[in-house]
Design a protein around this ligand. Structure first.
Ligand code: PEP
Length: 248
């Protein structure tokens, strides 16, 4: 099965609404590639202006997080219904910064996955090991566990449409990219895990991204690996370099 590549920018806590619109305009001529799904995952306050700014372009809108309940007394949170109504098609769930700084567990992420799916938003579920875990040789066990819990109670049909981002924590924002072999090894293990939970067809359909210091210089080699279907890009998604990544 041939899977369409998906390259998503994770803007993190960067860009005010007016700066966000400027960035969309700057990148617009650089990110046109019909063979790739291009997604901007932006801060909540930028969602509406970016939705307006990308109208009529190839770029799709994503959020960086959401809450697992429908609505109610959850001060400061954003619901899937709100995202959907604003034009959001993708949502990053379980980024290592949310797991690390905000204490999100795989169980929390599983609830959010189900909620996103319920509202027709495609989750980009992040997984990945710390440097310590890599050095202990438990990378694959750890990532498999994150996936098994993250996908609990999700049907094969729904799982096939989701995206998993393998992001080694030691490679995020450090300039220290995983080698293409290291990234391929874990992305393949991710796909094998999906085959074990579900079946080969689901594993063949699901898209697995690599994330961690992807840039215009290393994207082609990483995305050329058989189990890597694109990337989740932090720092470089805020620069013109993102155009080089999209047109790797
Ligand atoms: C990320 O935040 O998902 C990420 C991969 O960041 P960077 O590309 O800056 O390493």
């Amino acid at each position: 099965m041939s899977r369409k590549k998906i390259i998503a920018g994770n803007w993190k806590m960067n860009k005010t609404p007016s700066e966000a619109v400027e960035l969309v305009k700057t990148l617009a001529p650089l990110v046109q590639n019909p063979d790739v799904d291009v997604v901007y995952c932006v801060p909540a306050i930028d969602i509406c202006p970016v939705a307006e700014a990308i109208k009529g372009s190839n770029v799709k809108l994503g959020a960086e997080n959401m809450y697992c309940e429908d609505k109610g007394a959850y001060t400061g949170e954003i619901s899937a219904a709100m995202l959907k109504d604003a034009g959001v098609e993708y949502v990053i769930l379980g980024h290592s910064e949310r797991r690390g700084y905000f204490g999100e567990t795989s169980e929390d992420i599983n609830k959010k996955m189900k909620q996103a799916i319920k509202y027709g938003i495609t989750p980009i579920m992040c997984c990945g090991e710390s440097l310590e875990q890599r050095e202990q040789g438990i990378t694959i066990d750890w990532v498999r566990q994150q996936i098994k819990v993250g996908y609990q109670g999700i049907s094969a049909e729904d799982a096939a449409k989701t995206v998993i981002a393998y992001e080694p924590i030691w490679a995020i924002g450090t300039g220290k990219t995983a080698t293409s072999d290291q990234a391929q090894e874990v992305c393949k293990a991710v796909r094998d895990c999906i085959a074990e939970i579900y079946d080969d067809a689901t594993a063949a359909a699901i898209r697995v991204q690599y994330g961690g210091s992807v840039n215009g210089g290393n994207a082609a080699e990483l995305f050329g690996m058989p189990d890597i279907d694109g990337g989740l890009v932090g720092g470089a998604s805020l620069k013109e370099d993102f155009g080089k990544i999209v047109n790797y």
